[in-house]
Design a protein around this ligand. Structure first.
Ligand SMILES: C[S@@+](CC[C@H](N)C(=O)[O-])C[C@H]1O[C@@H](n2cnc3c(N)ncnc32)[C@H](O)[C@@H]1O
Length: 226
């Protein structure tokens, strides 16, 4: 049987280049793609359904739109942590939080999510929106293992990702061609999020398929086994 992971394009860009590229993008991100990706992020937030008093982590929080929504959802008695590799993104997100008066319930860290700087069993829920696709194929299980480690038993994880799972139309093939030719600019690539989360030992609870200009998007809600 063919290994589905071999069908995913590899990521050739280094972490340093990813950091530099998101730093450059950070001031324009909301204008360029933040608004268009909102539908999918919001669907992920709804599926994760963060509640009052929960401790929640977002990986690759970007300009902080979901961090803000999560901070409102968990309330003053909850806590939101975030990790992002780009100092530029961290600074944009911190400014938004300060303006919204929510900094006291949020802890943002700048770093690589392949090694999460959090103790085991800390979080009720984790959100990852358009970020798991940025890790190279062998590193995706490492990131998901880290997520499992820092989740409480029974904790939830929601991944919003471009999907390689469904039918491969011409737009998807064209997008993958651009990813191969211009890996520094077209950095995300479609992955098998549900399969990879299942392989990582999560219990899949719900999968919603959406479409972004002909590109399939998968929103997967899963749970750490109790
Ligand atoms: C495509 S953006 C998505 C931002 C946000 N989640 C959203 O949906 O608007 C990906 C984010 O992941 C961050 N990122 C990329 N590689 C990372 C890594 N190895 N560890 C942590 N964050 C990373 C980038 O800096 C960027 O902010």
């Amino acid at each position: 049987m063919r290994d589905y992971k071999l069908e995913i394009s590899r990521v050739v860009r280094s972490k340093e280049k990813a950091r530099a590229s998101y730093d450059r993008l950070s001031r324009w991100y909301d204008l360029l793609s933040g608004r268009f990706e909102r539908r999918y992020r919001d669907a992920g937030l709804r599926m994760l359904d963060a509640r009052k008093g929960e401790v929640v982590l977002e990986i690759g929080f970007g300009t902080g739109n979901c961090i803000l929504a999560l901070a409102n959802a968990v309330g003053a008695e909850g806590k939101v942590c975030g990790i992002d590799i780009s100092p530029g993104m961290c600074s944009v997100a911190e400014t938004k939080l300060r303006k919204a008066g929510l900094s006291d319930r949020v802890n943002l860290q700048c770093g690589d999510a392949a090694r999460l700087p959090f103790e085991s069993g800390l979080f009720d829920a984790i959100l990852m929106s358009f970020t798991l696709e940025l890790f190279d194929t062998p590193e995706i299980p490492v990131v998901l293992d880290e997520c499992r480690r820092v989740l409480k038993s029974g904790g939830r994880i929601c991944v919003v990702a471009m999907s390689r799972g469904g039918k491969q139309g011409p737009i998807l093939r064209l997008y993958e061609w651009f990813h191969k030719k211009l890996p520094s600019y077209v950095d995300c690539r479609p992955i098998f999020a549900e399969k990879m989360m299942d392989d990582a030992g999560f219990h899949i609870r719900n999968v919603v398929s959406m479409n972004m200009w002909g590109l399939p998007v998968e929103i997967v809600l899963a749970q750490k086994q109790t």
